[in-house]
Design a protein around this ligand. Structure first.
Ligand SMILES: Nc1ncnc2c1ncn2[C@@H]1O[C@H](COP(=O)(O)OP(=O)(O)OP(=O)(O)O)[C@@H](O)[C@H]1O
Ligand SMILES: [Mg+2]
Length: 278
């Protein structure tokens, strides 16, 4: 047998990556926030700008940022081996999240970062990836694109432009866009509620959306007097014990606020995992 190279076609592979993971807008933002948490960020600022019908979305964090070499590695599709040993607090695994989450929403992904004195910026544009060519931004281009916060301190700023997947048919009115942003805020408040409330390793994460702090939404209503906290139930999985903490949620007549969807869970039993699952 002899061997010959048979690499994937760049444009086709990147187009298929748009459908990996079945993301919606909050799911895609959550994958980027996972990376920010892993990078030790205390704050993630999201900016969703309708921009007269050409929406652009920015996600900036104040984590440790990346060197130029680290950024190039991070931009690679499948940048990590899923079988590689990872630290227990690493929320990533496949080396695809940042790329596939971004391309699920937009066709041009720019990543700017500052680590110490080094600032770097790279761009994948799905309209121009033949031969895996990636854009490397010049210092003046980075300075023109980055927010003042990134220019001042370490972190990462991700820009999504040509967001063609925010609606099914490619057209989007300003009120549809605003509804999407409100939906994203509610979902992020739920997904990251324990991080925002400072319950994970004692670190509090601030998420801002268009300048406004996102408040945590605790699906267990633990601070409500009518919520019943039941005895934790241990569960053995592969030689390890996970505690499951059940709650009975308050009946909706005991609550004055909440959407119809939230009220629908009233009086039901909800559980939370405490501990880590490998
Ligand atoms: N905000 C960030 N700050 C610092 N480094 C980052 C940031 N975002 C991504 N990275 C680096 O880029 C790498 C690639 O990120 P990506 O989300 O594509 O894959 P992953 O997190 O390794 O795995 P997964 O596919 O499960 O998300 C990360 O492992 C991390 O090293
Ligand atoms: Mg990731």
């Amino acid at each position: 047998m002899k061997f010959e190279k048979n690499p994937p076609d760049a444009a086709s592979l990147m187009m298929s990556a748009r459908s990996f993971g079945n993301y919606d807008l909050p799911g895609a933002l959550a994958d980027l926030i996972d990376n920010s948490i892993k990078a030790g960020a205390g704050e993630v600022a999201l900016t969703c700008d309708f921009a007269g019908g050409a929406p652009a979305i920015r996600i900036r964090d104040d984590g440790h940022g990346m060197s130029g070499a680290e950024l190039r590695q991070a931009m690679r599709p499948a940048s990590a081996n899923p079988l590689a040993e990872r630290s227990p607090d690493d929320l990533g695994r496949f080396g695809w999240g940042m790329k596939s989450a971004s391309f699920s929403q937009c066709t041009r992904l720019s990543v700017l970062t500052r680590k110490g004195k080094e600032m770097s910026g790279c761009v994948w544009d799905l309209a121009d990836v033949d031969g895996w060519r990636m854009g490397i931004l010049e210092p003046d281009e980075i300075a023109g694109m980055a927010s003042p916060d990134l220019l001042a301190k370490n972190g990462v700023e991700i820009l999504w432009s040509n967001c063609d997947r925010l609606s099914e048919n490619g057209t989007l009115t300003v009120s549809e866009f605003n509804a999407l942003v409100v939906h994203a805020r509610n979902r992020l408040a739920l997904i990251f509620h324990r991080y925002i409330a400072g319950e994970v390793r004692g670190r509090r994460l601030v998420i801002r959306l268009n300048g406004q702090k996102v408040d945590p939404w605790d699906p267990f209503y633990r601070d409500h007097e009518a919520t019943q906290e039941l005895e934790p139930e241990p569960l053995e999985i592969a030689g390890r014990t996970i505690d499951i903490q059940p709650f009975i949620l308050p009946h909706y007549s005991k609550r004055t606020t909440g959407s119809a969807a939230r009220r629908a869970f009233s009086g039901t039993r909800a559980s939370m995992f405490i501990g880590t699952i490998d």
